[in-house]
Ligand binder design. Structure first.
Ligand code: FAD
Length: 317
């Protein structure tokens, strides 16, 4: 089922979460055991992220540096299909601009279509960690909006290969990313919303937000989107803090703010178990307020950890 139809057919706030494919060399069982812990809370759908490899530079004995690809997480398409088949829950694989040309993306979309997967979350992918720049692969897309247009074209039966007789349209429901605090590369919030609106006009049916720790940021973002003429569902994304390092790491990696009352409480914690409990309490409060406000779904960034999400879900859904 398409995510937009799932959202439209429910009056209650739905529960969803996202998973990372295992690192290369690890197997699928860890993913299944994560899902098993969250199944009791009836996830409406499950997202599976896509990650480009990271590059590290190894220095040899002569001081020469060589780039080496590490931390690969292949398998998003296979994992999505395996989850949908095993649990009968709709899946939302992420597809990204970075690292692919448009023909490779088209082939991946054809695979997803053949596997009976009707949803994709379209994102650009992160900028290079070393240069800070995002460079598409030659023949690839620079912005998520261009990838949205490609998927939308496929939904109309317009393939990149022109000489296909009676091309069959696909039926993907497209989600895109939105940033309550603005995307880090964006010059200002207005510009960011302007380009978000382009993604919706190009064919996105809903938006999932970057994590935030203060609901006022989400409510304000929704209001700004509505004022700008964006009327699709905006699903809040939450990430419970679980270790002390998160109060510095999450702002650095995702360019998000952590409210001072939460920082002060984290600093008082003597163990990470205490931090995890605090993260649960904070996320429960955020979730309850969002639910009371009638949000369509709450989306949890698991980052491979299910126990804290399960504790939140049992108190909220
Ligand atoms: P875009 O929408 O392309 O925007 C990128 C920047 O360019 C923004 O500053 C925007 O304002 C600006 N912009 C957009 N269009 C234009 C234009 N036409 N002209 C000028 N400026 C423009 N990363 C992964 O690698 N894998 C994942 O699976 C993944 N999943 C994610 C899921 C969610 C819900 C979120 C919030 C993020 C996810 N990310 C993922 C991270 C994402 O790839 C990064 O945040 C990335 O830097 C931006 O992606 P985007 O799709 O928002 O990009």
């Amino acid at each position: 089922m398409r995510v937009i139809d799932i959202l439209n057919s429910s009056k209650a706030t739905l529960f969803s979460f996202e998973l990372l494919p295992p690192l290369k060399g690890h197997n699928i069982d860890t993913i299944f055991s994560t899902i098993d812990k969250l199944i009791p809370f009836y996830p409406a759908y499950i997202n599976i992220t896509y990650h480009r490899e990271e590059v590290v530079y190894l220095t040899n004995e002569y001081g020469v540096q060589t780039p080496v690809k590490v931390r690969r997480r292949p398998g998003t398409v296979g994992l999505a299909a395996a989850i949908q088949q095993r649990y009968g829950i709709d899946v939302v694989p992420h597809i990204i601009c970075g690292g692919f040309d448009a023909h490779e993306t088209e082939d991946a979309l054809i695979d997803l279509d053949f596997l009976g997967i009707q949803n994709v979350l379209v994102v650009r992918g992160d900028a290079d960690k070393i240069t800070g720049r995002f460079d598409p692969k030659p023949g690839g897309h620079r912005y998520a909006v261009d990838l949205v247009k490609q998927v939308k074209n496929l939904n109309r039966g317009i393939y990149l290969e022109k000489l296909i007789e009676q091309p069959k349209p696909t039926g993907f429901c497209i989600g895109v990313a939105g940033y309550p605090e603005k995307h880090p590369e964006s010059p200002n919030q207005e510009s960011d919303i302007h380009y978000l609106k382009q993604k919706v006009s190009a064919g996105a049916s809903y938006i999932v937000t970057q994590m935030f720790f203060d609901n006022r940021l989400y409510f304000n973002f929704v209001e700004r989107c509505r004022n700008a003429g964006i009327h699709v569902p905006i699903i809040p994304g939450l990430k419970p803090i679980s270790v002390k390092e998160h109060i510095n790491l999450l702002p650095r990696v995702f360019d998000v703010h952590i409210p001072q009352p939460l920082v002060l409480e984290v600093e008082k914690c003597k163990t990470n178990a205490q931090v995890a409990q605090l993260g649960i309490e904070w996320a429960v409060e955020q979730s309850k307020e969002l639910k009371n406000a009638g949000v369509p779904a709450i989306h949890f960034y698991t980052m491979g950890k299910a126990d804290n999400i399960a504790k939140i879900a049992e108190r909220v859904f």
